[in-house]
Write a protein that binds this ligand. Sequence first.
Ligand SMILES: NC(=O)C1=CN([C@@H]2O[C@H](COP(=O)(O)OP(=O)(O)OC[C@H]3O[C@@H](n4cnc5c(N)ncnc54)[C@H](O)[C@@H]3O)[C@@H](O)[C@H]2O)C=CC1
Ligand SMILES: CCCCCC(=O)CC\C=C/C=C/C=C/[C@@H](O)[C@@H](O)CCCC(=O)O
Length: 261
Amino acid sequence: MKIEGSVVIVTGGAQGIGKAISKSLLTLGAKVCIADVNNVEGDKTVKELVDAYGNSVIFQQCDVTKDDDVRNAFKATTDTFGDVTITVNNAGILDEINFSRTIAVDLEAQIRCTMIALEFMGRNNGGKGGTIVFNASAAGIVPIGVMPVYAAVKHGLVGFVRSMAISPRIEDWGVRFNAVCPISVDTNLSREENLRKVVGDPVVLDQLLKGMKTAHSVILKPSDVAESVVKLIEDDSLNGKSLVVLEGKTIFVDPPVLDLQ
Ligand SMILES: NC(=O)C1=CN([C@@H]2O[C@H](COP(=O)(O)OP(=O)(O)OC[C@H]3O[C@@H](n4cnc5c(N)ncnc54)[C@H](O)[C@@H]3O)[C@@H](O)[C@H]2O)C=CC1
Ligand SMILES: CCCCCC(=O)CC\C=C/C=C/C=C/[C@@H](O)[C@@H](O)CCCC(=O)O
């Protein structure tokens, strides 16, 4: 689909990968609502983006774990820019200690945002259809021994995307669903300072930090992920896909499908 003139919500867009996605979409002519729980960072980012792109961007404080916040973000976006046609479910955390919160933000809230997005975007609900892109992770594709909870919820997210893509409702909604699955990206989430706070077991933390320093742990730039998100939005043939983002290349990974009929 064409990004120019489209109306987009990016969750967790105040910083990191979500901010890079927002910038790329603004550059391509979209109207963007950044929906993020962090209003200090959100206000700062939107000020910076308004200076660069004018009134094509707004900030809406939104905790994706709260129904009302998410619905209000969609209402505010629709009132300001018109019908939403693209949702980027990007907000996420990594916390192996408070694992209930990780499940709540990285999986349950992604499902919540999707169901509410369909209330606004679904053609059966008077919307224009469009596309929903999820920021999963390479941890949604391969097992990661140093972050099992995060890997579990990201696998769950990939399963949700693949299943929504073959829903009997897909034609009614007129919405495509795809996931981007990057390896490590240089943001607050992957910095040593954060990892020390969110991994409790010292043996696991030690291996994680060592792993981060090896050649295998290439750190991508947030803009690398944004490029892949743009690809998933623009190519109308893509639905239910998981696009792994590696250094200098991307690979579609399709886990096997069993014939269960
Ligand atoms: N940094 C990395 O190495 C990778 C990150 N990811 C995924 O990318 C997404 C974005 O993460 P980063 O930009 O790396 O982290 P980040 O910590 O820089 O940004 C995350 C953003 O999400 C927001 N957020 C957190 N909880 C929220 C909530 N309840 N409601 C609304 N907003 C909330 C934060 O305020 C922040 O602005 C996450 O889903 C993460 O799992 C995927 C692969 C690699
Ligand atoms: C390949 C991991 C992709 C996960 C990227 C994320 O979404 C989270 C980013 C935060 C930290 C990433 C750490 C990556 C560590 C790896 O280099 C290595 O330590 C993992 C070891 C694999 C294992 O545990 O078996």
